[in-house]
Structure formats: structure tokens, C-alpha cells
Design a protein around this ligand. Structure first.
Ligand code: U2F
Length: 566
């Protein structure tokens, strides 16, 4: 049984030393320890001591290993990306606080030691059973495990979780399909279940949403923020000088109304990209950045970095986040930064989560090239009063709740699991047990009594079947019904009865490998089923198809979990 633990002493020892990235993570773990401890108490009460299995977990942080080049560590104090470190620090803390048996590796040597693979012998299969129930790693780590575990990786693959900042869509993950249909990238094609990829924001429901946390405020801090807010103080998002390049025009408009602060890294002189009227504090430790955000009214992004943690921290400290809308949206098809990433997700602004999940009054997304709109937004911000806000899923309790639910329920290994292994995929093609009925005025599939023996997480009771419009993805179709697409429930709707439940008259039913299936094509009244479980995909659309979508409800502030998922 796993028991919540709030003492972080052993965790800090395990994280090790010798790299700036590890020191950054340890400072963060220490600073947030009290917050995690009180969240653990609250979650424990909420779960009413319900039994939690203690898992043996290996965390192998591939991008921090010397063998992967570790380009991040030397940049920690120089304005380089910190988002990944923030997330790994929080993942480690969550797993530790939940009371699992944790091992941490940031080198190949440690990885070999933990897996029991003899070092230095190239690809050497692991002969015995895997000594872990779960392995959290990243794309670099996955590559390293492939090189050093050889074929045995395939056998143990279902235990792996890949921390993947921007996400991997099923079409890119499926090796054969990606190769045949032009979805091959540097990262994808591991043939995992798409929910084994865990993202930083809930980008696509095809992946699991791992997230991270932001600091929470107590009542005293809230009051003091209210008292000390400076209505004409702005902080610019961007700790690297290059992020300020070409932004003079916006800075000049902003400067008409506000005092501008920056936290741009510099060595000896002010970077030329940062105008003289900006008060540059240099790169600040996280804690001091929080203090600055507590005073500021506006946190403004100029388009890069994409989808980082800082806007959530700013909003949690009572700032309004002003950011540019991207029209057309940025994606791997039209933007260098996303090129080669295994997703075709369209990024509609610098921070789509802030835009879509938080929105006004905390987040204002405008076209920065329209000076009037930009000007008006600044004036609006100066007069709008906002409360500090942090979505529940980004609190420590929210993250613990979600990670707990994943650990106890997600199962990609056993044959009865939500995702049976590849070779049994055909089992479902003949359809699940019938009869299968449609409730009168809603698209809820109900199953005959013999079907209840099929366990599923999220539970089958959460399933709502919908058809998308032509040209619409299941992500959007579920969203427009106030629901979320749930790939784990696809297998239940990949049956011909689902078409009649939605009043589609099938002239023919075929089954094929296509990430848009199951779907209906009006042109020939053709109903198409999915032939390969790994290709069930919420993302993806085509003008030719109305897709069948398994939607579910979600908890307020915790989109990863359905109401009955705990
Ligand atoms: C994102 O990475 P970044 O590191 O660029 O994301 P940010 O949102 O800028 O900040 C990450 C953390 O840096 C901290 C701040 C955030 O928690 O508190 N920080 C700080 O300590 N001192 C400062 O002066 C300023 C910020 C994203 F997370 C990555 O996944 C992407 O790879 C990257 C590129 O899109 O953007």
C-alpha cells in the first residue's frame, strides 16, 4: 500500500548533484514542499484512505544525461528553457509524495544499474523480469533504452510513460502508418499507445495530461497582493534577449501607459534588444520572479516561448496575461519551431491553454499587428480588477489527484486492459456483445448486461457517442458539446451498431487503417471502422468524413478525469 509522505529529505538526496539543472530542480522541490504536504493531506481526506497500490517506479530523465548532449543544464542560469525542469521537478515530487518506491536516473550508468543491464556491452537484453511497474522517461531516454535494452524493450514497452512537452498524435506514433502517409518525424513512430505520452498542457486528449504546478496563495498573500498591485506595471515574458527582437513597436506603445520590467539574462551589458526605458532585473530566481509578478498588473508575451509555465504563474499572482493571437495558427506545417514535432496541432496563440481554458478577464488574446486593438487592450487591463487565479489541475492537489488516478487505473499491459495488445485488436472488430441500445434523446450507448464484465477506465458509463461534422475533428466535436474526446473509449464505438445508433445508413461497412476512422462518408454512404487500435485518434479531420467520437464528461478544473474516474 502506498502511504502519502510529506518529508522530502530522501527525494532531495536521490536527485543528486553536479548540474545546474539538478540544483534548480532541488531548489524548486524545497520551495514547494510545504504546499505539496498540505495538498497530500487534503487528497488523503478526499480519497478517504482508499487503498492505493505502491508501485516500483523508475524515472529516467533522458534530456539531462550527458549521453544525450545535455544542452539544457549549462543554460539554466543563462535564460535557457526551464519549463521542462519545472515539470520534472514536479513529477518527481508528486510520485514521491504519493508514496511510491522511486528510483531516479540522470545518466546511462544509473539507468543500467537500475535495470540490471550490464554496462558497456551495447544492446543487451534484459533477461529477467522488469524490476519496475512504471518507467517515466522522455524521447531521449526512450532512445537510450532502445539502444541498451534491445529487443526486451518491446516486451516491457507497456510500462513506459513518455514525458513529451508538446504531444504526439496517433498518426505520427504508428510507425507503418506514419511511414506510408507522410507523418514520419524525428520523434514519433514508437508504436506506443498514445496515452502513454504525457504532456505539459492538455494539448490533445489523445495523450495523457501530466502538467506541473504553480504556486498557490494563502489568504494573507491574496490580501497583500490586492493592496500592493501597481496598475501601471508590466512584466515582459521572455528571459532570453532574442525573444525581444523586433518588438520595439509594441514596447513603445506599452511604454506610453506603463512602466515596463524585464527579467532578461545578460552578462555584463544590457542586451541591445531591450530598450533603455525597460527596467531589466536580469534573470531572477523563481521566488523573486513571483514577487515581481505580485506587484505587476500585466504580464505580456510577444509570441515566444510557446506554452511555458510562466503565464500560469503570472495569472496565479493576479496579473492579466496579454498575448498575441496567431492568424494563421502556428503548427509543424508552417513554423520552424514546431517543424518535425509529431503533431499537426494548430497553435492559435502563444499560450492556447491560457486562451481557451482560462480566458478573460485573466487572459486577453489579441492581434498585436492591429495597433488599436493592442492599445485598447492595455488600457482595458489597467482598469480591470482581477483576482489571482490558478486552475485546480495546476495546483499540487490537482496534480496529485490526476497522477494518482493514472497510476492506479491506466493499464496498457494486461490483455483486458483498455487497450488490448496489437495482435488481439481484431477481437473488437466483430463488435462487442449486443444488443446495444440508444437512449431516447441522447447519444448514450448502453450495454446489455453481459457487457458490464468489460472493465474500462474511464468507466463505460462516462461514454457519450457523437458524430463530428464533416471536416471536424473529434477534439472539436466533443468540445462543442461541452465534453472531451476520450480515446480509451474508442474501442467501444468501433462497431457497426454505432453507425445505426447515430442514424447513419451504411451501404457498406469496411475496416481500414486510417486515423480518422471510425467514420461515415456521405458520398457513398460508406461506414468505415478502424482496423488498428493504435490509430484511434481524437485529432484529425477531413471534409470527406463525419467521424464517430467517443466523448466523456470531465471534472470542473480537472479535464483529465471524468466525474466517475476517481
Ligand atoms: C517553455 O520553456 P521556458 O523555460 O522558456 O518557459 P517559461 O514559461 O519562460 O519559464 C519557465 C520557468 O522559468 C522561470 C519561471 C517558470 O517556472 O518561474 N523563470 C525564472 O525562474 N526566472 C525568470 O527570470 C524567468 C522565468 C516551455 F516550458 C518549454 O517546454 C518549451 O520548450 C519552451 C519553448 O517553447 O518554452
Amino acid at each position: 500500500q502506498a502511504v502519502f509522505q510529506s518529508d522530502i529529505g530522501t527525494l532531495l538526496e536521490q536527485v543528486g548533484t553536479g548540474k545546474e539543472s539538478l540544483s534548480f530542480m532541488k531548489r524548486r522541490i524545497r520551495r514547494l514542499a510545504a504546499q505539496w504536504a498540505s495538498a497530500a493531506r487534503r487528497l488523503n481526506d478526499k480519497l478517504r484512505n482508499h487503498w492505493r497500490e505502491q508501485k516500483r517506479i523508475l524515472v529516467h530523465v533522458g534530456f539531462l544525461t550527458e549521453e544525450s548532449g545535455d544542452v539544457f543544464s549549462p543554460k539554466v542560469l543563462k535564460g535557457g528553457p526551464l519549463g521542462e525542469m519545472v515539470q520534472w521537478a514536479d513529477i518527481l515530487t508528486a510520485l514521491h509524495v504519493l508514496g511510491h518506491n522511486l528510483k531516479i536516473s540522470v545518466s546511462l550508468k544509473e539507468l543500467h544499474g537500475f535495470l540490471g543491464v550490464p554496462p558497456g556491452r551495447g544492446s543487451c537484453p534484459l533477461t529477467g523480469p522488469l524490476p519496475f511497474d512504471l518507467i517515466y522517461t522522455d524521447y531521449h531516454g526512450l532512445q537510450q533504452m532502445k539502444q541498451h535494452m534491445g529487443l526486451s524493450l518491446r516486451k516491457h514497452k507497456c510500462h513506459i510513460r513518455v514525458i513529451d512537452t508538446f504531444g504526439t498524435e496517433p498518426a505520427y506514433n504508428h510507425e507503418e502508418y506514419a511511414t506510408l502517409h507522410g507523418y514520419r518525424t524525428n520523434w514519433g513512430y514508437w508504436n506506443l499507445h498514445s496515452q502513454q505520452y504525457m504532456t505539459m498542457f492538455p494539448h490533445t486528449p489523445d495523450n495523457s495530461f501530466m502538467g506541473f504546478v504553480a504556486e498557490e496563495l494563502n489568504e494573507t498573500e491574496r490580501l497583500s497582493i490586492q493592496k500592493n498591485k501597481v496598475n501601471n506595471m508590466a512584466v515582459v515574458y521572455g528571459k532570453e534577449a532574442s525573444m525581444w527582437k523586433g518588438k520595439e513597436k509594441f514596447l513603445a506603445i506599452l511604454h506610453r501607459y506603463m512602466e515596463i520590467h524585464g527579467t532578461v539574462y545578460y552578462e555584463t551589458q544590457r542586451p541591445p534588444e531591450v530598450p533603455a526605458f525597460v527596467k531589466n532585473h536580469g534573470l531572477l530566481p523563481q521566488q523573486e520572479l513571483q514577487q515581481l509578478l505580485r506587484k505587476a498588473k500585466l504580464f505580456i508575451g510577444f509570441g515566444f516561448p510557446y506554452e511555458g509555465p510562466a503565464p500560469l504563474e503570472a495569472i496565479a499572482n493576479g496579473c492579466i496575461f496579454l498575448q498575441p493571437k496567431f492568424n494563421p495558427p502556428h503548427s509543424s506545417l508552417n513554423h520552424e519551431f514546431f517543424r518535425g514535432k509529431p503533431t499537426s496541432r494548430k497553435v492559435s496563440s502563444q499560450h492556447p491553454y491560457a486562451e481557451q481554458y482560462i480566458g478573460r478577464p485573466h487572459v486577453i488574446t489579441v492581434d498585436f499587428n492591429n495597433s488599436e486593438e493592442f492599445d485598447a487592450a492595455i488600457r482595458e487591463i489597467m482598469t480591470t480588477k482581477v483576482e489571482p487565479f490558478l486552475p485546480y489541475e495546476y495546483t499540487c492537489e490537482g496534480m496529485l489527484e490526476r497522477v494518482h488516478a493514472y497510476i492506479q487505473n491506466q493499464d496498457f499491459c494486461s490483455p483486458e486492459a483498455p487497450f488490448p495488445p496489437m495482435n488481439s485488436s481484431r477481437v473488437w472488430l466483430s463488435g462487442p456483445p449486443s444488443p446495444f441500445t440508444l437512449l431516447s434523446n441522447s447519444s448514450i450507448l448502453t450495454w446489455a448486461s453481459n457487457a458490464t464484465s468489460y472493465t474500462s477506465w474511464p468507466p463505460l458509463s462516462a461514454l457519450r457517442l457523437l458524430a463530428s461534422l464533416e471536416g471536424q475533428s473529434c477534439v472539436k466535436a466533443c468540445q462543442s458539446a461541452g465534453l472531451i474526446c476520450e480515446p480509451a473509449l474508442y474501442r467501444f464505438i468501433n462497431i457497426k451498431e454505432a453507425f445505426s445508433a447515430l442514424d447513419f445508413q451504411c451501404e457498406g461497412v469496411e475496416s481500414e487503417m486510417n486515423h480518422l476512422f471510425p467514420a461515415f462518408s456521405a458520398e457513398h454512404s460508406e461506414c468505415s471502422l478502424q482496423q488498428d487500435l493504435l490509430l484511434f485518434s481524437c485529432a484529425g479531420s477531413s471534409a470527406k468524413y463525419q467521424r464517430l467520437c467517443p466523448c466523456r464528461d470531465y471534472r470542473n478544473g480537472q479535464v483529465a478525469l471524468c466525474r466517475d474516474c476517481l
